[in-house]
Design a binder for this molecule. Structure first.
Ligand SMILES: Nc1ncnc2c1ncn2[C@@H]1O[C@H](COP(=O)(O)OP(=O)(O)O)[C@@H](O)[C@H]1O
Ligand SMILES: [Mg+2]
Length: 198
């Protein structure tokens, strides 16, 4: 399965989502993460070799893909793709995951993005992330709104905790963090993984 993580905005949690979904999928079968963001944030996360899957820079992706023949590929895409690039990203994968927070501005960007993807007929699904743990009711309401608008959305959401911001610096996953909330977030990513694999 080829999964792309994308969105119209930067800083919406694409890399954090891509890294953790690749980790979950790699428990099931060989998984490759392609770092297609010129900022190389996924590559930086992987630099100390603590991640349980290979991260390939975009330009080396073809060679590394041939070497490891992964069952699953996760693509972390660049910030701010043009509408044309987003259409290409959608055509190049089996499932496009759109991480989104529940802020109104993110929603406007989401609606624009979804309209573009629908025009390609590609499969996509919204993942609500960085949900303040005390406003989980609000995220439930947002899920209802999206479903009411026929926008596919994961039932599982990812909570917002500040310890997550430290993970790329340490080059580790939430599952390797000692934070008291780490287990909860790891479970949330696992639930998203289950929804993906069906
Ligand atoms: N669930 C979360 N809780 C708290 N902070 C998060 C969470 N997910 C991502 N972040 C932080 O938000 C910022 C943007 O995330 P990142 O994955 O780099 O987004 P993008 O790849 O879209 O630019 C980073 O500082 C990251 O650590
Ligand atoms: Mg990124």
């Amino acid at each position: 399965m080829i999964i792309s993580v994308a969105g119209y905005k930067g800083g919406i949690g694409k890399t954090t989502t891509a890294i953790h979904l690749a980790a979950i999928l790699s428990k099931n079968a060989p998984t490759l993460l392609i770092d297609a963001d010129p900022n190389r944030s996924a590559g930086v996360w992987a630099r100390n070799g603590k991640l349980p899957f290979t991260v390939a820079p975009e330009k080396e992706a073809t060679r590394i893909y041939r070497e490891i023949s992964p069952e699953h590929t996760v693509i972390d895409t660049q910030a701010r793709p043009s509408p044309e690039e987003l259409i290409d990203i959608s055509k190049g994968c089996d499932l496009l995951i759109l991480p989104t927070t529940v802020r109104a501005l993110d929603f406007d960007a989401l609606v624009q993005t979804v309209e573009k993807i629908i025009s390609t007929g590609g499969a996509y699904k919204v993942l609500l992330i960085m949900i303040p743990p005390n406003s989980s009711r609000k995220s439930g309401e947002v899920i209802d709104i999206l479903q009411g608008a026929n926008i596919p959305v994961f039932k599982s959401v990812i909570y917002k905790y500040s310890f997550i911001e430290q993970l790329p610096l340490d080059g580790i996953l939430v599952s390797k963090s000692n934070d008291i909330n780490a287990k909860k977030v790891w479970k949330q990513y696992n639930q998203v993984g289950k929804e993906i694999l069906g």
